[in-house]
Design a protein around this ligand. Structure first.
Ligand code: DAH
Length: 358
């Protein structure tokens, strides 16, 4: 019995020393200490040992058993530590505490432009809000005075989910929630001023200036006596800040069910300087910022009395703005994942229109 136990111990020591992965230790535990393992058989053999030797033999088996248990636990811990360290070493590319190397990585041009515009609005007292990308029909359409079967919905076909939800087609989808959030402040005498940037989705035929996934930035202001002059002032201030130079704009009447009156604010195409190119569909102008005075039904839907309060709203095409700002000729670049294209904007300033060579 003593010899058998000794042999078993040696066998085990040999195997445990050869183990290189923590998972192997579990196998060894089963092999040596399992019900059908050698320790159990030795215990069973105790029956045949003469009574006067039983105690000693039992003790020897128990010692071997304990030795195996303790050794397995210790070796397992040791190997786990090594494995963890290997994982940490191999993950060094993802070390979030690693100091930023300026040659590595860059912000997406949409992020750059979004932060810039956010700063401009924050300095004018606007709150910056975030909103869902998956919304319901009510917020995307009904609360914006676009009832079911309204033809305005045709312009905004999107991706519908089986849960009766949809991918939002415009950042206007957040308007109702924002009005409700700030309604109490408004009643306490504080105007609502908020912008809410976001990703939008539409079933679009993709070309140089249309994408199925793009970014907008909505802005609203509601107070007593807000008029079109406030709207025009804000739009002008904001655009001259964004472009840091005089840009040519034009205002045309535009129809959107959630504003009345509604406008289309166009800016002259910075890529061709107004001559016409594929980015502006040869018109020399780019629709940049539809806007208008918030429709009374939209205010009422949020429980704001349209007799007492008025406001304006605008939907800035953030992706379009980035195209203008950085001279990107094809909207598809933004979703291209091409680092070569997308990493070159961080230190780029405004793109001057191409000069005509005479
Ligand atoms: N949500 C509209 C769209 O994506 C754009 C828009 C138009 C937003 C007029 C506004 C607005 O806030 O006043 O087509």
């Amino acid at each position: 019995m003593l010899e058998k136990a000794q042999q078993l111990k040696e066998q085990f020591v040999e195997k445990v020393n050869a183990a290189t992965a923590s998972a192997e230790l579990e196998q060894l535990r089963i092999e040596f200490l399992g019900k059908k393992g050698p320790i159990s058989s030795l215990m069973a053999e105790l029956r045949n040992v003469p009574n006067e030797q039983k105690k000693e033999a039992g003790q020897i088996i128990n010692e071997v058993k304990q030795f195996i248990e303790v050794t397995i636990t210790a070796k397992k811990e040791e190997l786990q530590k090594i494995e963890e360290q290997k994982l940490i070493d191999s993950a060094e590319d993802y070390d979030v505490t690693f100091p930023i190397d300026e040659d590595k990585g860059s912000y997406h041009p949409i992020t750059l432009i979004q932060r810039e515009v956010e700063d401009i609005f924050a300095s004018m007292g606007f709150a910056i809000e975030d909103y869902d990308e998956i919304v319901d029909d009510y917020h995307c359409f009904e609360a914006l005075n676009i009832p079911k079967h309204h033809p305005a919905r045709d312009m905004q076909d999107t991706y519908y989910l089986s849960t009766n939800q949809l991918l939002k087609t415009h950042t206007s989808a957040a308007q109702n929630a924002i009005y409700i959030k700030y309604k109490n402040d408004l009643e306490a005498g504080k105007p609502i001023r908020a912008i809410f940037p976001g990703r939008c989705f539409r079933n679009e035929k993709i070309d140089a200036c249309h994408e199925n996934t793009f970014f907008q930035m909505e802005g609203v202001m509601v107070d007593k006596d807000i008029s079109i002059s406030n709207l025009i002032y804000f739009m002008k201030t904001m655009l001259s800040e964004v472009f840091q130079r005089d840009i040519t704009v034009r205002l045309r009447p535009g129809f959107f069910p959630f504003v009345e009156p509604g406008f289309e604010l166009d800016i002259q195409c910075a890529i061709c300087g107004g001559k016409g190119c594929p980015s502006c569909k040869d018109s020399g102008w780019l629709e940049l910022c539809p806007c208008g005075m918030i429709h009374p039904n939209v205010l009422s839907a949020a429980g704001i009395d349209p007799e007492e309060y008025t406001g304006f709203a605008f939907g800035l095409g953030l992706t379009r703005l980035a195209m203008m700002r950085y001279g990107v000729k094809d909207i598809r670049v933004f979703n291209s994942c091409s680092l070569k294209s997308l990493s070159q904007f961080e230190n780029k300033t405004f793109v001057e229109p191409e000069k005509e060579v005479k």
